[in-house]
Design a protein around this ligand. Structure first.
Ligand code: ZN
Length: 228
């Protein structure tokens, strides 16, 4: 309520008048919750935004948008950005191993893992591809005959992304299907960040591996779908 004086409605949209010391007053769109992640993504992560630091990203967002708690939200967003973390020099080999996957919403980070080879089913499937969302812990499993870059990327796009949307980041191990040119191209086209477990810290992918242990125990009872 103390901001009442600085609020204004224009074209049915609510604005806040922001007094910038350098550039004078301007209008900030009071941003609904549902739009905030997209704004931070567009003004920090995309190629034209260029992953600027916390301060610059915040100023850029403040130039057009306002929401309560935006300073904290933008700080957390920049801190948990994988691309920014990877560029920062760390101990040892120059990159800090990723030990925590900090996520603030569904589809911010998904993990993919391949389980198998298992006994071949009547449909010729021998592998299970597990795709899990770190935030919601929702996991999907798909039957595959093989786990080439082509089959894995195809399953991911046609079965997972088409139904749940495009994730911000995909976390995998060092499997050749994930290291492939094709998989990298797919990520680039869909503007998805790619991160990997480090060989020294394979436990960092605990989520899907835990799922696989549970799932693997029951694999013989699972009715696999049609061929992958
Ligand atoms: Zn970044």
């Amino acid at each position: 309520m103390r901001q009442w004086q600085s609020l204004k409605v224009s074209n049915d949209l609510l604005y806040r008048i922001y007094e910038n010391e350098d550039t004078g007053p301007h209008f900030q769109l009071v941003t609904p919750h549902a739009m905030r992640r997209e704004i931070m993504h567009q003004l920090h992560n995309v190629r034209t935004a260029g992953h600027l630091g916390r301060e610059k990203t915040l100023n850029r967002i403040k130039a057009r948008f306002y929401w309560p708690g935006m300073t904290d939200d933008v700080s957390r967003w920049c801190q948990s950005c994988m691309s920014c973390q990877k560029r920062k020099p760390g101990p040892g080999l120059g990159k800090s191993p990723m030990q925590h996957c900090t996520v603030y919403g569904p589809m911010e980070c998904i993990a993919i893992d391949i389980l198998g080879p298992l006994p071949t089913t009547d449909d010729g499937n021998r592998y299970i591809m597990v795709v899990g969302d770190y935030f919601s812990k929702w996991s999907e499993a798909y039957a595959l005959r093989q786990h080439t870059a082509q089959t894995v990327a195809d399953k991911l796009v046609t079965e997972f992304i088409c139904r749940f949307g495009t994730p911000t980041r995909i976390h995998t191990d060092h499997g050749p299907e994930f290291e492939s040119h094709l998989f990298a191209r797919m990520c680039k086209l869909l503007d998805i960040e790619k991160s990997r477990t480090t060989p020294y810290h394979p436990q960092s992918d605990g989520m899907v591996e835990r799922y696989n242990r549970t799932f693997g125990n029951d694999a013989s009872n699972v009715c696999l779908g049609k061929q992958g």
